[in-house]
Design a protein around this ligand. Structure first.
Ligand code: AMP
Length: 653
């Protein structure tokens, strides 16, 4: 995009940037809603890693994936985790130095600087310059995607950053050619991304304060913040967020879990005699094991067990380390680390109690209205469970925990540039919400224009015998068939006891809360198995789309209704046919031949209609199917009686 550089900066656009310790992102909130800016073929996350190359007087830089991947090769010239040095004195940074592979030296006013050994000598750069390089890469990425220059940004920082650290972040922006129009606390941004604190309706503004907990567990750092939100009194304004307590550990995160796994692998490899006892594995082996560990950990967030296989020999297959790791095992290994995070939550809650006017910690806990999850490690089911238990609330997970801070920064940017929140903020559900049923129709649970908060519950069952897992697909839209609606998300309810079709009772609940977050949960009554999903139906939905979907639903109303009816008739008729055939076989000789023939005749006529309808729904009149089904139903009354008698007899026998 060579024209980009010359393009006039669009002063209206303010991007949101999450400048992270390990990864950074840039996002925007426009009429399509908040979204991360990413060029095709790129990953949304830009590793906050910068490699310096070339000569000391004119170095060049490589930013992102390449720098991160080759960090081991260039330990002294690849700068990672520079956020830990931002705005800090050499004394402040001392505890971190042991973990940084590059050289940190003292600069002016006792500040921490990085010393780079380059061709022709060494060069000293400030953490601001390094961060500025990362910000510059994000700026270019945003410009490439948007097609115009970008000059203003909202940048987030941890709640505990002091003035010097915040100022350093602004300076980094300036070095990248970005005016940092506001520095926002990361937990505040996360809350904004969920629409918390964005008022929709002035009449509802005079609400009480609310309290939000933000739990942020990333790769290497953990913090938890308790925010108080004082609602805005004027429509369109943001509420006032105040961080009333924060606690955490700057050396706690997913990396620790990876290390625990690596320690396990190493121990077992030693036991087999495939790794020297005592000696540390080589950096290459360690890196491979760490990568493996991380991959396994990710898989175990979605599945109950994962299998690993590493050829640690010469590739001939003589030394293949194979093992299955279960989620339970991983959770046992992680329990202590997560326990530390939970203790920090207690500290944060205790510190917040006074400010909240709560007499006990328990009172303070009850005052929390929402819990937001941030950071990749919050994808771990164990973390979600422990957080939910601790706060007594199901945390918000609808937004990707890696993106939530950047998206919130973009929302703030959009508000500052005079835009709206950038997506539909309504007091009502703009389009109906439902789930796909057998045959591809949508059963709507929450109807269009229902006021939020909204709740609906409906019972569903299975359509196939012995089903042990049910897929639930959540749709939005006014049309009758799923293929004409917008898919919001899918999840599986597994672990069901095999039962005949129609017997399991699955209770599906839809809950749209005041912030517009939809939680869909499914529970099978007999096994008590549960599964759920969270989505924000309005994200990515524009006013035009809502209008279009509404228009289409009117245009297709009659046709859609017929199709939905045909679909339901097909499903029900097939269940009837199956039941009757099953009874005919079971009762065998006990049914008089004439009656058997009569039933077979009805079944065959109905089956014929249903098969035709299934291949082309328009080829059959639904009334005709309905009539054929009724005939069969009426004539099968006697079969039901026979069947009851038979089952009583076999019970007595
Ligand atoms: P962040 O610093 O927020 O980018 O978080 C990165 C951390 O999240 C790393 O330790 C990742 O291994 C971890 N992570 C990312 N995805 C998952 C997942 N699906 N399950 C468990 N941990 C994850």
């Amino acid at each position: 995009m060579s024209s980009t550089e010359a393009a006039k900066p669009n002063r209206d656009v303010i991007v949101g940037i999450d400048l992270g310790t390990t990864n950074s992102l840039v996002a925007i909130a426009d009429e399509r809603g908040p979204r991360v800016l990413v060029a095709p073929g790129e990953r949304a996350l830009l590793p906050s890693a910068v490699r310096y190359e070339g000569s000391a007087d004119k170095p060049t830089t490589v930013v992102g994936d390449d720098a991160k991947e080759r960090a081991v090769e260039f330990p002294l010239t690849t700068i990672t985790s520079v956020k830990r040095l931002m705005g800090r004195s050499i004394a402040d940074a001392a505890p971190d130095l042991a973990y940084l592979p590059y050289t940190v030296v003292e600069g002016e006013h006792a500040t921490a600087r990085v010393l780079l050994p380059l061709a022709g000598g060494s060069r000293v750069v400030s953490p601001q310059e390094v961060s500025g390089t990362v910000l510059g890469a994000l700026k270019r990425r945003a410009e490439a995607v948007l097609g115009h220059a970008v000059s203003r940004a909202v940048v987030t920082v941890p709640a505990y950053f002091d003035d010097a650290q915040r100022q350093a972040t602004r300076d980094a922006g300036r070095l990248a050619g970005l005016e940092v129009v506001r520095i926002v606390n990361e937990p505040t941004a996360a809350a904004l991304a969920y629409g918390i604190g964005l008022e929709r309706d002035a009449s509802r503004n005079r609400k009480q304060d609310s309290v939000v907990a933000v739990f942020d567990l990333g790769g290497g750092t953990f913090d938890v913040s308790i925010l108080r939100l004082t609602p805005a009194q004027v429509e369109g304004e943001t509420s006032f967020f105040q961080v009333i307590s924060t606690a955490g550990d700057t050396r706690l995160g997913g990396d620790d879990i990876d290390h625990a796994l690596v320690a396990l692998f190493t121990r077992e490899l030693r036991e087999r005699g495939w790794l020297d006892r005592g000696a540390d594995p080589s950096p290459q082996v360690r890196r491979a094991l760490k990568q493996f560990a991380e991959e396994i950990k990710h898989r175990l967030s979605a599945q109950e067990q994962a299998r690993i296989r590493i050829d640690v020999g010469d590739g001939s297959g003589s030394r293949v380390y194979e093992r299955t790791i279960t989620r339970d095992e991983l959770e046992a290994m992680s329990a202590e680390l997560i326990g530390r995070a939970m203790r920090a939550c207690e500290t944060a809650l205790r510190d917040a109690s006074r400010e909240l006017g709560a007499r006990t910690q328990e009172d303070a806990r009850r005052m929390i209205d929402a819990v937001v999850l941030v950071g990749g490690s919050t994808r771990m089911p164990l973390v979600r469970r422990r957080v939910a238990e601790f706060f007594g609330l199901e945390p918000y997970t609808a937004i990707d925990p890696d993106q939530v801070v950047a998206l919130g920064a973009a929302v703030q940017g959009s508000l500052l540039s005079g835009g709206s929140r950038g997506s539909l903020l309504l007091d009502v559900v703009p389009l109906s919400l439902g789930i796909e049923t057998v045959g591809g129709a949508v059963a709507k649970l929450v109807m269009r224009n229902a006021p939020v908060p909204a709740r609906a519950v409906e019972m569903f069952s299975t359509s196939v015998d012995g089903q042990t897992s049910i897929k639930l697909a959540v749709y939005q839209g006014e049309r009758e068939m799923a293929s004409d609606c917008r898919l919001l998300g899918e999840f599986h309810l597994g672990g069901l006891a095999p039962m005949p079709a129609g017997i399991p009772q699955v209770e599906v609940e839809f809950l749209v809360d005041a912030n517009g977050v939809l939680r869909v949960s499914a529970m099978e009554r007999r096994t008590g198995r549960r599964a759920s999903i969270q989505v924000i139906p309005n994200h990515g939905l524009t006013r035009e789309e809502v209008d279009r979907m509404e228009r289409e639903s009117i245009a297709h109303a009659r046709e859609d209704m017929t199709r939905h009816r045909v679909t339901d008739l097909i499903v029900n008729a097939r269940l009837d046919i199956r039941w009757i055939e099953d009874r005919l076989t079971r009762l065998g000789e006990r049914i008089e031949p004439a009656y058997r023939d009569e039933l077979r005749g009805h079944v065959s006529r109905l089956r014929d209609l249903v098969d035709r309808a299934a291949s082309d729904w328009q080829s059959v009149n639904p009334d005709e199917i309905h009539r054929a089904k009724e005939l069969l139903d009426r004539s099968s009354v006697r079969l039901q009686e026979l069947s009851i008698v038979e089952s009583l007899r076999s019970r007595d026998a």
